[in-house]
Design a protein around this ligand. Structure first.
Ligand SMILES: [Zn+2]
Length: 781
């Protein structure tokens, strides 16, 4: 999904209550163990076992459940309803004997008495929430209406519904390796997505009286049952997405005869639903690798908009090894397609959009899919499915296997803003990218939003930068996260939190993990090593269900890098990076030269005569013992303390002769020792990256690994020897570490003017300001 924090201010207070109630043990123990940022993570991670190994790979007893679906649905375009009948075959691959199974009725989140209406704190405090008063009533009932739940012998099955979930009690125990088939008949009202929101629903176009449907969560689906959770038991409240298992689907979708349908999987009855022209164009598209081919034109779509046929057609799609199924249907659709070569496979990249999306969509959508499949495949595994769709749906970005619903509409005159263009390309990259995380690398979205959103957003950034030089990416660069990281910690959650409980979900689950991975790749591990480990994670967990520990462990195991400190800081805490250069000390080399040594002692001892007590003693002690009794005096009493001893000098000269050439070189060249002191003000430990600037204009970049802080210090220092004078030191000069305060990154300090200060400076004195105003007045007619 795509998520922008600024557009969702209203939801923030909702989460306030939840977070207080839902601190999970990980966070509590994280607090107990932050005494040293380099403590190992083992105490926070689940113990490795035969299902999930300590290396982060699936273990030799790893299992996952499967479910196959045969579904017939009819889309009622007059009343906006879905009628469905499905047969589910559930395969128990677990070692456990099951006496009941759980299904997800996610559509019940749209029922009138849904918990998602009740968990929002309400108040009359401000304008914003008063405007929300109109939403206090929830009349729309879009939950599932079940007609029956039967076995294949037409015998009713015992079941009960708990909000968005349903438990079916099995007539006989289901053992390992056994399957159970059953049928469900149901219907529901489709929600108006523009008025009521939601990931699925319809959009109504009042200009031409037509609907555009993007339909998902439209059938009761199996819950996951695994070694981590048993049966998934977290209800669907809206923010936490889906926990799903793989299976094969055959779905027949009956719609008005002039609708075009896009769906998860391959269309298997082209001859019944496409005309000769469309079939021919589709064949051409299968061999067009540079430019999309229009399968259904805008002119044809405009004709269909007016025609409004009432006859019906049934489109049949088959999909193998997918974790979900979604479709889109409308008579408004324009359709284009092109072929993409990934490995030795040809994949159809296709888009459907209403005329309201043009000319932007025909120019960019399908090519963006093609580009996304190529880059994501490069960093993970080759895209394994036969098709990838991008469907134009106003205001959302939402992903399903092989199909995604993406925003981006043009003005009525066909123009579009720069923001609309890049917003659309970015959302398509993101949602098509979700085909990899979580559709193939099937993480548990209901529990861990960052595992699909963070990883997808990270690759989105790489894909955007390969799309166009200096592409205006919103997320990825470390400096873009600093404002969030420097913010109010009481309104911030660690990445390791459930999406329903997270503050600022867009920053928490998208921007921060994406930035953290980018920093790992560029600064901590390096591109080559990072890419190898990341690819290994994708390879290991493709078509399996990974959890956070599997990711953390694989990234370490496949790269040979202990990253526990990084996960601990960036994923388990809300700490930020702020490292400062606190001081630079400059010392001339003294070595063992006795003359130099005496000089230094002299300057040190000269302080003694300046102390208050020595001044008082001079006045108050008229005579010391040795002054009164000369027999107490000897050689040392009379000698010049700061004169170098002749023996020592000749000894030193002799030692110089014994010095190696290299030692002599250092002695002669190194005029300056510089001790640079660093302070870790922010909680996060990070590498220290700094640039030395010399008097001759040359520079040197130094990279110190984060392990310099390994004892948990907050202060540290490094020494540089140079025959050139250092004039300046700059910390993090390439903005790699998300350091929230760059003012303390310069030594000597450089003033950094905010825009407001620059404005003030440019306006100079108050008198000049006044004059300027006067001039303006004069210019006015
Ligand atoms: Zn997303």
């Amino acid at each position: 999904m795509s998520f922008n924090d600024t557009s969702l201010k209203m939801q923030r207070p909702i989460l306030h209550l939840l977070i207080a109630l839902s601190l999970f043990p990980g966070i509590i123990s994280a607090q107990l163990n932050t005494s040293n940022p380099f403590n190992q993570l083992n105490e926070l991670l689940p113990t490795a076992n035969n299902y999930r190994t300590a290396s982060g790979a699936p273990g030799h007893e790893y299992y996952q459940q499967n479910a196959d679906y045969t579904i017939q649905v009819e889309l009622d375009d007059v009343n906006q309803k879905i009628y469905g009948e499905e047969t589910i075959t559930f395969h128990n691959n677990s070692p456990d004997v099951l006496n009941y199974i759980w299904l997800q009725l996610d559509q019940n989140q749209k029922s009138a008495d849904s918990d998602s209406h009740k968990i929002n704190p309400q108040s009359l405090n401000n304008q914003e929430e008063i405007s929300a008063l109109k939403n206090l009533k929830h009349d729309f009932d879009g939950g599932f209406q079940l007609e029956y739940v039967k076995d294949l012998q037409n015998k009713d099955l015992a079941y009960f519904i708990n909000k968005t979930m349903m438990r079916i009690d099995l007539p006989v125990l289901l053992k390992k390796g056994e399957s159970f088939s059953f049928k469900i008949k149901y219907w529901y009202h489709i929600n108006d997505r523009i008025k009521l929101g939601g990931r699925s629903g319809y959009e109504y176009f009042k200009e031409d009286g037509n609907y555009l449907y993007t339909i998902a969560q439209f059938f009761p689906r199996m819950c996951a049952y695994n070694d981590i959770e048993g049966w998934q038991n977290k209800q669907f409240l809206g923010s936490g997405e889906f926990t799903l298992i793989f299976g094969n689907y055959t779905v027949s979708i009956t719609v008005p005869a002039d609708h075009l349908v896009a769906a998860t999987g391959t269309l298997v009855n082209k001859e019944n639903v496409l005309n000769a022209e469309q079939k021919k164009r589709l064949e051409n598209a299968a061999n067009s690798f540079q430019q999309p081919i229009i399968i259904a034109t805008e002119t044809e779509a405009r004709d269909r908009e007016k025609q409004k046929l009432t006859t019906k057609k049934t489109w049949i799609f088959k999909a193998e090894n997918v974790r979900d199924f979604a479709f889109a249907s409308s008579r408004k659709f324009i359709w284009d397609a092109m072929s993409v070569k990934i490995g030795d496979k040809k994949i159809m990249a296709m888009s459907m959009y209403p005329k309201e999306g043009n000319p932007l969509w025909e120019k960019y959508s399908t090519k963006t899919i093609a580009h996304t499949l190529k880059t994501y495949s490069k960093y993970t595994i080759d895209y394994p499915y036969p098709v990838a769709w991008s469907i134009n749906a106003d205001r959302i970005g939402m992903e399903y296997p092989m199909i995604s619903f993406n925003f981006g509409r043009c003005e009525k005159d066909g123009t579009y803003s720069e923001r609309t263009k890049y917003g659309m390309i970015s959302v398509i990259i993101h949602e098509v990218g979700h085909n990899f995380f979580p559709m193939i690398i099937n993480s548990d979205e209901r529990q861990w939003a960052w595992m699909d959103e963070g990883l997808t957003t990270f690759l989105q950034y790489l894909t955007e930068q390969e799309f166009e030089r200096n592409y205006p990416s919103n997320r990825g660069e470390p400096y873009k996260i600093t404002e969030y990281m420097a913010g109010d910690k009481s309104k911030m959650s660690p990445i390791m939190i459930n999406p329903e409980s997270a503050y600022q979900l867009g920053n928490n689950a998208y921007a921060k993990p994406a930035t953290a991975l980018n920093i790992l790749r560029e600064t901590i591990m390096g591109r080559t090593i990072f890419d190898k480990a990341f690819k290994e994670y994708a390879r290991r967990w493709a078509f399996k269900q990974p959890y956070p520990a599997d990711f953390f462990r694989t990234m370490e195991d496949a790269s040979g890098t202990d990253l526990d400190w990084f996960w601990r800081g960036w994923f388990y805490s809300t700490d930020h990076v702020d490292i400062s250069i606190s001081n630079i000390k400059n010392k001339k080399i003294t070595d063992k030269d006795p003359v130099m040594k005496k000089e230094m002692e002299k300057s040190e001892h000269s302080k003694n005569s300046k102390t208050m007590s020595s001044i008082k003693n001079k006045m108050e002690i008229t005579k010391t013992y040795t002054e009164m009794d000369s027999t107490l005096q000897d050689f040392y009493s009379k000698r010049d303390k700061y004169q170098a001893d002749e023996d020592e000098v000749s000894e030193y000269k002799k030692s110089l002769l014994n010095m190696s050439e290299e030692e002599l070189k250092i002695l002669n060249q190194a005029n300056n020792y510089y001790e640079i002191e660093f302070e870790r003000i922010g909680g996060l430990v990070m590498p220290i990256i700094y640039e030395l600037h010399f008097e001759d204009g040359s520079t040197e970049l130094i990279r110190i690994p984060a392990e310099i802080w390994r004892k948990g210090e907050t202060k540290t220092s490094r020494v540089h020897v140079s025959d050139k004078r250092i004039t300046k030191v700059v910390l993090d000069p390439y903005l790699e570490t998300a350091d929230i305060n760059t003012e303390n990154n310069h030594y000597p300090r450089e003033e950094q003017f905010t825009r407001f200060e620059v404005f003030k400076r440019n306006n100079q004195t108050p008198q000049e300001n006044l004059m300027r105003k006067e001039n303006k007045k004069q210019i006015k007619p």
